[in-house]
Design a protein around this ligand. Structure first.
Ligand code: AMP
Length: 413
């Protein structure tokens, strides 16, 4: 297996990677890093949890150092990373700092929901790398607070989600402000037609990297618990208490639902906190910090708020409600099983959600095993699929050979 030393990254980057305890590159890193180092535009299908952030950050930092000359102040922006959410922007910046800790490059993060002025002040001082959400960035561009004449790299992270969230117009406006000569990198969990269309307008003969197309991370065990709608909360509390799940990320479809469930879990004696778009940025940051530090055991999140959350060693994800868009299921369960760790993704599915479940199973080309808990089963849900009788000892459902085959088939959507 390839090691990081075999990829020609500069010594300060190798040191930073070693500090993180990484020994071997993940598949997306092994494929994408050499292509980026060779100067190609790269379009990579890789979901969160595959190590994609390092896959673009490491070679980008390498190039920036090769070309680095002490410039007169202020510095000009040399790399722009666009992300769909504030949390992801913050996490990407954290990764840039982590991997660039032995380099004299500076970075800053730009997103809405917090004051403009501190961001403007930082930009005025000069910064090499900007990680931004499209809306606030456009605002700053229009105010003349940022310009990109020195830009060398554009990265679109989680591009599919940026399209889903309606950022396409903002992105197009931002593109008009960038120099034509630049290296473009685009990461997306899925390669939809819309993504390909977006890419064709941005990228210059991109090299394609596909790691696990529409695939869930291999080590995630998935289970469906058929349950009547009104019994979901009681079943969730029971699973959390009896299953000895120390940290659980629970997905809800709505902000209101997330608030309500958080209160109900509290009543059941389970410490929970909600994270969603109606919360202030400070409340979101605190919720995530409390969860990461183990102060609360359940984080109840909506899809958008949870996007990009990188929580180390998160073993359990619960879909309290299935998402309307099947791709969101892949994103949601990508929260667990991060960086090759084992994970369990449980979905509480009531009768009305059966069509959504079928769409998800079609997308991931896999039938998820059903587990019935006595007294909770929804007789109408989950029919016709083998049932797993060992709720506390789930086992992986597929062997390596099957995965391999599945990966090579085209995505028949
Ligand atoms: P990402 O897909 O970028 O969100 O990364 C997911 C997680 O994988 C993060 O917690 C990284 O710290 C971790 N990671 C990235 N690259 C490696 C690697 N080569 N070996 C082990 N862990 C890694």
């Amino acid at each position: 297996m390839q090691t990081f030393e075999q990829i020609a990254l500069s010594a300060p980057l190798q040191r930073a990677v070693a500090d993180q305890g990484y020994t071997t590159p993940t598949p997306v890193q092994a494929q994408a890093i050499p292509l980026v180092l060779a100067g190609h535009d790269v379009m990579a299908a890789a979901q969160t949890g595959t190590g994609k952030t390092a896959a673009f950050t490491l070679p980008m930092l390498h190039h920036m150092m090769q070309e680095h000359v002490e410039r007169s102040h202020p510095r000009r922006v040399r790399a722009l990373v666009l992300t769909p959410t504030r949390e992801l922007a913050a996490q990407v910046e954290e990764s840039v700092r982590t991997y660039g800790k032995y380099l004299p490059l500076t970075s800053t993060v730009i997103f809405g929901g917090v004051g403009l002025n501190p961001q403007i002040t930082k930009l005025k001082r000069g910064v090499d790398i900007v990680i931004a959400c499209p809306g606030r960035l456009l605002d700053l561009i229009n105010r003349g607070a940022i310009e990109f004449s020195g830009l060398e790299f554009l990265v679109l992270d989680e591009a599919d989600r940026m399209l889903d969230m309606g950022f396409i117009r903002d992105i197009r406006k931002i593109l008009t402000r960038l120099p034509k000569q630049r290296q473009n990198l685009m990461f997306s969990a899925t390669f939809s037609n819309d993504i390909k269309k977006l890419a064709s307008g941005i990228m210059n003969q991109p090299k394609l990297v596909e790691v696990a197309r529409n695939q869930t991370v291999a080590k995630i065990v998935q289970r469906v618990y058929p349950v009547g709608k009104s019994n979901k909360r009681a079943l969730l509390s029971k699973l959390i208490k009896e299953g000895e799940w120390p940290q659980v990320l629970v997905f809800m479809r709505t902000k209101h639902g997330a608030n309500r469930l958080t209160t109900q879990l509290d009543h059941d004696g389970i410490s929970a906190v909600a994270i969603h778009g109606n919360k202030s940025q400070n409340a979101r940051t605190k919720a995530l910090a409390d969860f990461k530090q183990g102060k609360v055991s359940v984080l109840v999140a909506t899809d958008i708020a949870a996007r990009g959350l990188d929580i180390d060693q998160l073993p359990h994800v619960v879909n309290y409600e299935l998402p309307n868009v099947p791709e969101d299921y892949v994103h949601r369960i990508g929260r667990t099983g991060r960086a090759g760790r084992d994970g369990l993704a449980v979905s509480l599915v009531c009768h009305e959600e059966e069509p959504l479940l079928r769409d998800i199973e079609k997308l991931i080309r896999e039938q998820i095993a059903r587990v019935t808990v006595e007294g909770f089963g929804d007789a109408a849900a989950g029919g016709g699929v083998p049932r797993d009788r060992e709720p506390n000892h789930p086992r992986p459902q597929r062997n390596r050979g099957q995965q391999h085959q599945r990966r090579r088939r085209p995505a028949g959507r």
